[in-house]
Design a binder for this molecule. Sequence first.
Ligand code: GTP
Length: 323
Amino acid sequence: MSSTAPVNPVEIARIALKRLTERGLPPTPENYAQFYNAVLTIKAPQDKSNDELQLAWQVIYQLDEVLEGAGNSTGGLLNALHQGSDSMLLSLGSLQNAKRAHAEQRATIEESHTTLEGLLDEVIATTRSMHGTVKSSHSDLQTIRDSLRHIEEDLAFNRKALEQDALTGALNRQGMDHLLSREVKRAQRLGGRLAVAMFDLDEFKQINDRFGHAVGDQVLVHVTSLAKAVLRETDSLIRYGGEEFLIVLVDTDVKGAQYVIDRLRIVAARTPYHHGSQRIEIHFSAGIASLRGDENGRALVLRADEALYRAKHSGRGRVEVAD
Ligand SMILES: Nc1nc2c(ncn2[C@@H]2O[C@H](COP(=O)(O)OP(=O)(O)OP(=O)(O)O)[C@@H](O)[C@H]2O)c(=O)[nH]1
């Protein structure tokens, strides 16, 4: 894996834009994201995790600051409203006394008038002060809401990066756990189908030995784009291990998973990786399993892994279905 690749986000963005321009593609958010990730994923994993840890800490510090601001602002608002309502209550009490004094003719018209005028001034002043506090708190809260929205975007970006394999951009094991727990729950709750297909490149070691590790890496990236090309948008690709991948197929049974694997085999046979003038053929073995009513994601993956093991040991280039 290349460790000389850029790690600075600005540098990555610059290269991604340059590549888009070179290919004559419009810089739409989708195109940009795809190229940004492509550049990002040629980083060495150790660089990536350090960078991402730093990013994650930055977001946590931002969140801390915004929460402190929100605490101060809402505290101030509550205080002001509390004081305002106490003062309003006092004015109301005085108003009632004045009304009673007037009704019982204990106060002259002039006295009642003066008292009422004073009380009105107090109520106006309190209302004005409360209005000022609410207005300034409103703008504080708006700023806080904007900051929270940015943090939310940063968190989504961070989580995506943390769940992605550095080399291929496919999901990593952490991403797999998250995805499977969600999809298994959904399938079991709605009575839907869920299938997984695990595939492992055959004789991959020979590719590394013959062409070098860097070319082996590029073959893995190539396989990832082939797999993504045959998947539906709702399906997911996970880099499970070195040259081992897992496909998670929602709303799909064993037959559907078999179809996907067959298509991948056809596409891979038609699209070998080219290293200079040399063709590197891609072959793989696969194991398929579909979700049982009572099992969790890990058990499902384990059954696919066992089926893959059987496919490997019964001659490679085959697909086996879990019992
Ligand atoms: N280039 C590269 N090679 C890797 C990576 N991860 C694992 N490998 C290599 O993948 C090879 C796997 O070798 P084996 O487990 O013997 O598998 P294989 O050669 O594909 O043989 P079978 O699976 O039995 O068909 C090893 O040479 C690992 O070094 C990676 O990220 N990049």
